[in-house]
Design a protein around this ligand. Structure first.
Ligand code: 9MR
Length: 335
């Protein structure tokens, strides 16, 4: 397993004493935090796109498999597990000494259809078996797992899903208990979006976190950070801090900042400022341990298919040109 945890705890003072690498890449500038990207199997193994891998290796120090650890891929039929794609990504990550985030175990989306078709009474054991099998398979190799993903609505109520319906609110606690048992060294995270500022949703996540923390069942909270240019919450840093104050670490886990396309000069400039703002917020919070962008290049981003007419979310454009946001991110990471 990557020794990131120990490295981080060893503090920047100790690191300053060692020869610091030239801070000319995102990962070097971010250290001792990690700078990571969501990486998809198809992109990683695309033989005609060598730039994707080159940039990943040169600039990034961590990854989250973009889809390959999701339930529909890892357990498409009940009790039939397939970690082939995830293994290829994890092996790549290990070869490059990456921090690896496991994403995700309990989520209403990209769930294998059978989970909603089995008898109610079997959902609990199906959830436990899924968590245990996936985490045991990768035991000791994953820095942090998003155990439950997107469990709340924007108004702060529990999001309806097959787990809430059939197990009840206890599904959260049971999922984290199961995860803790499966790989006691992995950090257990809750991960969500629209929780980056102080609002009803982040208030509810904080209550859940305090309850799980009091039982020793949670270690971190991921703030997805799928932002719109010009709309990054001003209280991002304060919000991250209140979670840290509750005793967990935090991370920016799926960062992209989208805009209507094509973009003009003022949008490009604001996009660059917004990236720096997010980096500065994380860096100002001692236990904000890392930043993951949700991809490397716009050409593979999820944004245009979900929000037609929007894009420009990442640090490299679709021709692998670095954007102004790359440079503001690098500068912010260095400070
Ligand atoms: O980037 C992922 C995309 O390829 C998938 O089609 C999509 C399906 O829901 O999921 C995307 O990743 C999501 C992540 O797993 C959870 N947070 C929101 C992300 C963007 O939709």
């Amino acid at each position: 397993m990557h020794c990131f945890g120990a490295l981080f705890v060893s503090s920047s003072l100790a690191l300053a004493a060692t020869a610091s690498p030239a801070k000319s890449t995102l990962k070097a500038a971010a250290s001792p935090r990690y700078f990571a990207a969501a990486i998809g199997y198809g992109h990683l193994t695309n033989k005609t796109d060598h730039l994707f891998r080159e940039i990943a290796v040169a600039e990034y120090g961590g990854l989250t498999p973009e889809n390959e650890m999701k339930w529909e891929i890892t357990e498409p039929e009940q009790g039939v597990f397939n970690f082939t794609q995830a293994e290829i990504i994890v092996s790549f990550a290990e070869a490059h000494d990456y921090v690896i985030r496991g994403h995700t175990l309990v989520w209403y989306s990209q769930l294998a259809p059978w989970v909603t078709e089995i008898p109610e009474s079997e959902v609990l054991s199906a959830m436990q078996n899924h968590i245990t099998t996936a985490m045991t398979h990768f035991k000791g190799r994953i820095y942090a797992w998003d155990v439950v993903n997107e469990g709340f609505n924007d108004d702060g109520t529990f999001r309806d899903n097959v787990f809430l319906e059939n197990i009840g609110e206890d599904y959260f606690e049971i999922a984290y208990q199961t995860a803790r048992k499966a790989d006691p060294r992995a950090k257990l995270y809750y991960n969500d979006y629209n929780t980056e500022g102080v609002n009803n949703k982040s208030d509810s996540v904080l209550s859940l976190v305090k309850s799980l923390k009091s039982k020793g069942l949670i270690d971190g909270v991921g703030f997805q950070s799928h932002f719109i240019v010009g709309s990054v919450p001003n209280d991002l840093q304060a919000n991250l801090q209140r979670f840290v104050d509750a005793g967990v670490e935090v991370a920016i886990t799926e960062l992209d900042i989208r805009a209507n396309t094509p973009v003009n000069a003022s949008v490009i400039a604001q996009h660059a400022k917004d990236f720096a703002f997010v980096v500065n917020a994380c860096q100002a919070v001692k236990k904000c341990v890392g930043i993951t962008t949700w991809g490397i290049t716009d050409s593979y981003s999820w944004i245009p298919s979900t929000f037609p007419g929007q894009g420009y979310g990442l640090l490299w454009d679709d021709s692998y040109e670095k954007k102004p946001a790359y440079y503001t991110t690098l500068t912010a990471l260095r400070t």
